[in-house]
Write a new protein. Structure first.
Length: 246
């Protein structure tokens, strides 16, 4: 038996990276998945992973898209047990140079998208008796680095709203947790990140970057009944990066 047998998950950003890896791991553990993405790559994820995955095109910054995404999962599978709000983007401006266009875009995807996924996920879970929400924050939501102020602000906001929702809905059977990945070798970072990031992978205590599936495995645990008393947390999955003073 898998950790997630009989459960239904909605995963955003599922066309690539940690969200695609989560789709693979969740299906392996017995879940059925609505794999959402704005890029069109959700179709490829569904084709690769198999019949337990239904692709859905959604922009997480659009409330109507997110509402339709959760409604599709309910209509397709009957209920929603898990929502993984993974979709996100990076940004790289110093505070003195940030443009409001860049600010709005980062906040819209990285924080608004999470809030909307929570809003409609919670509504569906209230109808079916509870569930688990896992929000993707970042080590950048725990600590600061140059050029990442707006990104860090959005990811810190994810942690704050995660804790608020955990407190608000704990008695309703809904658990809400955040994952804070460090340097993860996604398609983009694995192809070009090591060379362009000046040894960033060595900031981890383990002196390497993480693999997307290593984050997905933590998400599967948080989504499962094994984590029945875990809520309101922000868990670094960073190889020890956030444990270092310098």
């Amino acid at each position: 038996m898998g950790l997630l047998d009989g459960k239904v998950a909605v995963i955003t950003g599922a066309g690539s990276g940690m969200a695609k890896a989560s789709t693979v791991v969740f299906v392996r553990e017995g879940a059925r998945v609505l794999a959402a993405d704005v890029s069109g790559a959700e179709e490829q994820t569904a084709a690769e992973v198999g019949h337990a995955v239904v692709p859905f095109h959604a922009d997480v910054t659009s409330e109507s898209d997110v509402e339709a995404m959760v409604a599709k999962a309910v209509s397709e599978f009957g209920h929603v047990d898990i929502v993984c709000n993974v979709a996100g983007i990076g940004s790289g401006e110093q505070i003195g140079d940030v443009t409001m266009d860049a600010y709005d875009r980062t906040m819209d995807v990285d924080l608004r998208g999470v809030v909307l996924g929570m809003k409609y996920g919670i509504r569906a879970m209230l109808e079916s008796g509870g569930g688990s929400i896992i929000n993707w924050s970042s080590v950048g939501g725990l600590n600061a680095a140059p050029w990442t102020g707006i990104y860090s602000a959005a990811k810190a906001g994810v942690i704050a709203v995660t804790k608020a929702a955990a407190v608000e809905y704990g008695t309703k059977g809904i658990r809400v947790n955040a994952i804070c990945p460090g340097f993860i070798l996604t398609e983009i970072m694995g192809a070009a990140g090591l060379e362009s990031s000046a040894g960033i992978e060595k900031k981890a205590a383990m002196r390497r970057g993480g693999q997307p599936h290593e984050v997905a495995e933590v998400a599967a645990f948080l989504a499962s009944d094994k984590a029945s008393f875990v809520t309101g947390t922000a868990i670094p999955v960073d190889g020890g990066w956030s444990a270092r003073l310098a």
